[in-house]
Ligand binder design. Sequence first.
Ligand SMILES: *[C@@H]1O[C@H](CO)[C@@H](O)[C@H](O)[C@H]1NC(C)=O
Ligand SMILES: *[C@@H]1O[C@H](CO)[C@@H](O)[C@H](O)[C@H]1NC(C)=O
Ligand SMILES: *[C@@H]1O[C@H](CO)[C@@H](O)[C@H](O)[C@H]1NC(C)=O
Length: 162
Amino acid sequence: MAFVSAIFLLLIFSISPLESASQSTLTAYEVLQEYDFPVGILPNGVTGYKLNNSTGRFSVYLNGTCTFKVESYELQYEPTIKGVIDEDKLSRLEGIKVKVFLFWLSITEVTRDDEDLEFSVGIASPDFPVSNFDESPTCGCGFDCDNHVSSREKKLNTIVSS
Ligand SMILES: *[C@@H]1O[C@H](CO)[C@@H](O)[C@H](O)[C@H]1NC(C)=O
Ligand SMILES: *[C@@H]1O[C@H](CO)[C@@H](O)[C@H](O)[C@H]1NC(C)=O
Ligand SMILES: *[C@@H]1O[C@H](CO)[C@@H](O)[C@H](O)[C@H]1NC(C)=O
């Protein structure tokens, strides 16, 4: 009996610091929406996050490196994504890369301008409609895991069209 309650206490004390660390019950996806971003800029499989809501500085944790394709582009999310979130603007991003031609380039900023999302990779800033990101992509297969061509895929522009 003492053993059981010891385990019970252990569980409580190991869970509560995690809960207070996130400072609220919102999921990372809901936090994105609070800042006017669609959930789909984060893949499925987020295990937790930290956010300082006065500075906007955040870390998001995935359960592993996440790679998937959007059209002919490969995206890679490292297990820890860091940056600064503000209304309609993600900046100083670390941990998100896109493969353009043969090169992996870091995505450093994402800005929402009305119904477009602009992804800055230093040399180029392609725009995509916000509606492309209504759902989160899944690691491995991205947005089209059910093997049929979605309306999203038809709407996606090529990344270096501009
Ligand atoms: C991460 O979580 C997702 C969704 O829960 C799961 O499908 C995937 O296999 C997990 N990946 C790893 C590396 O554990
Ligand atoms: C947020 O960051 C500021 C500046 O670094 C710091 O003073 C403050 O304590 C932080 N707040 C939380 C809740 O961590
Ligand atoms: C920051 O988080 C605290 C605790 O969750 C909350 O009370 C406060 O309203 C938040 N501040 C802002 C600016 O969202």
